[in-house]
Structure formats: C-alpha cells, structure tokens
Design a protein around this ligand. Structure first.
Ligand code: T5A
Length: 200
C-alpha cells in the first residue's frame, strides 16, 4: 500500500504522518519517507531545489529536478519497501509537481505528467490532500528561522498552489481524498487513520 500526503506549506502533513505512523505501526510495518528527498542522492537534489542560495533555478529545471529526485526515490526507497509488503507513507509525491510546477508555475499538467512518466510509472494507491487556506499554512511556519526557497514565494503563488491541488483532485477523484485541515491535528489523524483502515 502506497499512501501519499499532499498540501500547501504548513498544512500539517509531516506531523500527521508521524501521528499515523505511531498508531498504524502497532499493527503494520510502516515506511515513512518524503519528497523531495528520502535517499542520499534525492536529498542532495532537495538541497539544490530548496536552498535559497540557488535562487536562479528556472521553472523547467525545477520541474525536471523534482522528477529526477522522484526517479531516484521510487527505485531506491519506495519500490523496495512495497516489495517487502511494508505500508509506505510518503510526504508529497507527483501531485506536488502538478500543483506547484504544473499549475502555480504555469508549466501545465501535460508537461508534468510527461516528464514524470520518465521518472516513475507508479502512482499512489491513496492520496490525502490536507486542505487549508494558504495564509493559514504560511502563518504556521512563519516563525521558523529558515524558510526554504519555495516557502519564500509570494502569497499569490501559494494561493495558486491551493487552486492547483483542487484541479488535481478533480483529475484523480478515485485516488485523492480532500481532508479539511482546519481542525486539530488529533482529529485529522483520527479521520485519516479510519480511512486507511477501511482501505486495508
Ligand atoms: N515541492 C515538492 C514542489 O514544488 N514540487 C514537488 O514535486 C515536491 C515533491 C518541500 C517543498 O517542495 C515543494 C513543496 C514545498 O514547498 P518541505 O520542507 O518538505 O518542502 O515543505 P512542506 O512539505 O510544506 O513541509 P512543512 O513542514 O512546511 O509543512 P507540513 O509538513 O505540511 O506541516 P507540519 O506538520 O510541519 O506543520 C507545520 C506547523 O504547523 C502546525 C504544526 O504543529 C507545525 O508547528 N500545524 C497545526 N497546528 C494546529 N492545527 C493544525 N491542524 C496544524 N497542522 C499543522
């Protein structure tokens, strides 16, 4: 079972994955991972993508680097874990590229789907999109000492990301579940956990 978590900045994915792992890990063998990253090579690409010192990354190069990190991550981490019958909980995957690069950067969904076909043929079994207004999410992370290159994008960009996710959810209605993120983390974790148990 390959499950991904999506959402804008500060939507709560990382915390929710931790809470769900704690509960689900009592019964199942869980592998948690994240994008961009999850392996040594993909984490190196993550640094190029997110470190504000690389401010000149062009939109096309950005999309290709996310896809390259994904190609490495799927082969080195996700597929081996799935072959061992582990449940993979992944913080972001291809829908992030669709919402951020495809929609908010304006590269288009077709371009993102095309380059990602070279990166991976594997789509998640289920995706939980945690929906919160972009100002709420950004407000939650604004106290952090270091904001990454994408955190530092404009309000308009983050608003477009949210719109992009709603378009992506319409494209994949069987796979993507929209979860209202304006609740406590415990409530959200309980709802998602119930949905995962139904699936299992
Ligand atoms: N990206 C990624 C692309 O553009 N294309 C791609 O293909 C991919 C894969 C990744 C960046 O790369 C971009 C998207 C991102 O900009 P990242 O550092 O991994 O960068 O960024 P995020 O995934 O956005 O991680 P964040 O930590 O910023 O957000 P999370 O994980 O959604 O949120 P979390 O759990 O860390 O929570 C943030 C804070 O908010 C609080 C938490 O306690 C925490 O303090 N919080 C809540 N508080 C109250 N109620 C709730 N419901 C709360 N939810 C969270």
């Amino acid at each position: 079972m390959f499950i991904t978590f999506e959402g804008g900045e500060g939507s709560g994915k990382t915390t929710l994955i931790r809470l769900i792992r704690e509960k689900l890990g009592r019964t199942f063998d869980i592998k948690t991972t994240r994008e961009p990253g999850g392996s040594k090579v993909a984490e190196a690409i993550r640094d190029v993508l997110l470190n504000p010192k690389y401010e000149g990354v062009t939109p096309h190069a950005e999309a290709l680097l996310f896809a390259a990190a994904r190609a490495q991550h799927i082969d080195e981490v996700i597929l081996p874990a799935l072959r061992e019958n582990r449940i993979v909980l992944c913080d972001r995957y291809i829908d992030s590229s669709l919402a951020y690069q495809g929609y908010a950067r304006g590269l288009g969904f077709d371009f993102i789907l095309k380059i990602n076909r070279y990166a991976t043929e594997n789509m998640p079994d289920r995706t939980f999109y945690i929906d919160v207004a972009s100002e709420v999410g950004i407000g939650r992370i604004s106290q952090r000492k270091e904001l990454d290159r994408l955190d530092q994008e404009s309000k308009a960009f983050h608003h477009k990301v949210r719109q992009g996710y709603h378009e992506v959810a319409k494209m994949f209605p069987d796979r993507i579940r929209i979860v209202d993120g304006n609740r406590s983390l415990d409530d959200l974790a309980a709802e998602i956990l119930e949905k995962i148990r139904d699936l299992l």
